[in-house]
Every structure is written in structure tokens, then in C-alpha cells.
Design a protein around this ligand. Structure first.
Ligand code: ADP
Ligand code: ADP
Length: 227
């Protein structure tokens, strides 16, 4: 479970990106943060893994204040997927996927063997494992990004517009596979998008933010559709 407790981020120039956000993302569920550009979605997400330090307030991971967790512990427990995959261009697909296990000191052969399984699990042809990111389509790169985040087997995944940079047909495939995979894995997911249709399709609950970084509404997809 992730819990924002009056989490606030004021940037040095005075911009209040997130203002007293209180919100719980339950375990095993997909919580979507949706809202217009600049409403504080990315800032909120990055406060969870402390890429951004809240100015005030707390972000909890289960019963632990994330401020008290060392960086390597956060990296192990919280996966992170971004738009354009953010892959390392000079590493093969396999070594991209194995990044975190290798960082955490796992044996190289074992790390690569489990990376190969994950490559297949996200719907990629294992023959692509030896390629470099530039030799993949956008949709394939996003799959590698998801596989890399899953490789540390984190209970929590943060996903920032992971399917926005691909064409609509591929996006729909990725969304469907993501829901299938989540059905098996049951991660605690916080998912950022500016697309309300995507929010309704993927979310178990949807947090609608407004510019200024406040929570406008917390609803189920059914409730949003009923309006
Ligand atoms: P979203 O992800 O919803 O588009 P962001 O969290 O990226 O929103 O940004 C929220 C607000 O904070 C915006 O007004 C943005 O311009 C501002 N902002 C983001 N990063 C910085 C920064 N490093 N310095 C100053 N303002 C920032
Ligand atoms: P998409 O519509 O999914 O973005 P692309 O048109 O980019 O697909 O790619 C189609 C196919 O060509 C994919 O299977 C991809 O692996 C392959 N491909 C794309 N770019 C390269 C490249 N530079 N080298 C080798 N194969 C590539």
C-alpha cells in the first residue's frame, strides 16, 4: 500500500506542484492519477520513490515512511516505468532487463536467465533479447521497459505515461497485456496518464488532479462513466 499524507511539493522557484495530497493506493490494485498537463502527476509519482523530496507531508510504503528507506531499498521495492522506456542505449535488451538484479549483486548467469523469461512474459520474441534498444519498435521498447521494472520483482510499480509514445493500435495492445499481466502478478500500481479513457480502462480507482496539485475527485471507473 502507498499512502500520501498531506504530501506537498513546492519547487525552489515557488511553484506548488502538489498541494496537501492525501490519497491511498491500495495493495494489489491499479490507482491512476489523471489530469491536465501540469497538475502534478509526475511530481506526485516521483515523491513515492524519493526522486523528488516532498517539501512537507509524508509518503508511506505500507507502515514505513519512505523518507526512512535507503535508496537501494526503494529501488528494490518500487519499480519505475516511463514514457519512451528510458532504456540504456548501449546495453542489449537482455542486459537492460537484468539491470537491477545485477546492481543488487545477483549472479550474472542467473540474472540473464530470469531476464529472458521476463522478455517472453511481456510478449516479446526472445530472439530480440540480443538487440539494442534502437533496433526495436517503440512498442517493443515499452515492453522492455516493463520487463526491466518487473525484474527486481517489486511489490510496487510506478508508471508514468508508459504507453503514450506509441501509436493507438500498439497502445491498446500494451494496455491489454498490461491488464493481463497485472491479473497474474497483482502488484500495487500507481499509473499516471493525461488520458481519461486510459484511466477508466486501467484503473481500479482513479484520482483526478487539478492544476495546483490538489485532488479533485477519487472515483471508480464506473462512477466516472456514470457522470
Ligand atoms: P504533470 O505530470 O501533471 O504534467 P508535473 O508534476 O510535471 O505535472 O508539474 C507540476 C507543476 O510543477 C507544473 O506547473 C510544472 O511546471 C511545475 N514543475 C515541474 N518540475 C519543476 C521544476 N523542476 N521546477 C519548477 N517547477 C516545476
Ligand atoms: P511499430 O509500428 O511497432 O513502432 P516499427 O515500424 O518501428 O514498429 O518496427 C517494425 C519492426 O521492425 C519491428 O519488429 C522492429 O523490431 C523492427 N525494427 C525497427 N527498427 C529496426 C532497426 N533499426 N533494426 C532492426 N529492426 C528494426
Amino acid at each position: 500500500m502507498i499512502r500520501f499524507d498531506a504530501a506537498t511539493k513546492r519547487y525552489p522557484d515557488g511553484t506548488v506542484a502538489v498541494d496537501q495530497l492525501t490519497l491511498e493506493a491500495p495493495s494489489g490494485a491499479i490507482t491512476v492519477l489523471v489530469g491536465p498537463s501540469g497538475c502534478g502527476k509526475t511530481t506526485s509519482l516521483r515523491m513515492v520513490n524519493r526522486m523528488i523530496e516532498p517539501t512537507s507531508g509524508t509518503v508511506w510504503l505500507d507502515d514505513t515512511d519512505t523518507a526512512s528507506l535507503p535508496a537501494h531499498e526503494l529501488r528494490r521495492r518500487i519499480g519505475y516505468v516511463i514514457q519512451n522506456a528510458g532504456l540504456f542505449p548501449h546495453r542489449t535488451v537482455l542486459d537492460n532487463v537484468a539491470t537491477v538484479p545485477l546492481l543488487l549483486g545477483e549472479d550474472r548467469r542467473r540474472a540473464r536467465a530470469s531476464a529472458l523469461e521476463l522478455v517472453e512474459r511481456v510478449g516479446l520474441d526472445p530472439a530480440l533479447a540480443k538487440r539494442y534498444p534502437a533496433q526495436l519498435s517503440g512498442g517493443q521498447q515499452q515492453r522492455v521497459g516493463v520487463a526491466r521494472a518487473l525484474a527486481a520483482d517489486p511489490p510496487v510499480m510506478l508508471m508514468d505515461e508508459p504507453f503514450s509514445a506509441v501509436d493507438p493500435v500498439v497502445r491498446e495492445q500494451l494496455q491489454d497485456e498490461f491488464l493481463r499481466l497485472q491479473g497474474e502478478l497483482g502488484k500495487t500500481i500507481v499509473f499516471v496518464t493525461h488520458d481519461i479513457d486510459e484511466a477508466i480502462k486501467l484503473g481500479d480507482q482513479v484520482a483526478v488532479l487539478r492544476v495546483g496539485g490538489t485532488l479533485a475527485q477519487l472515483a471508480t471507473p464506473a462512477e466516472l462513466l456514470a457522470r
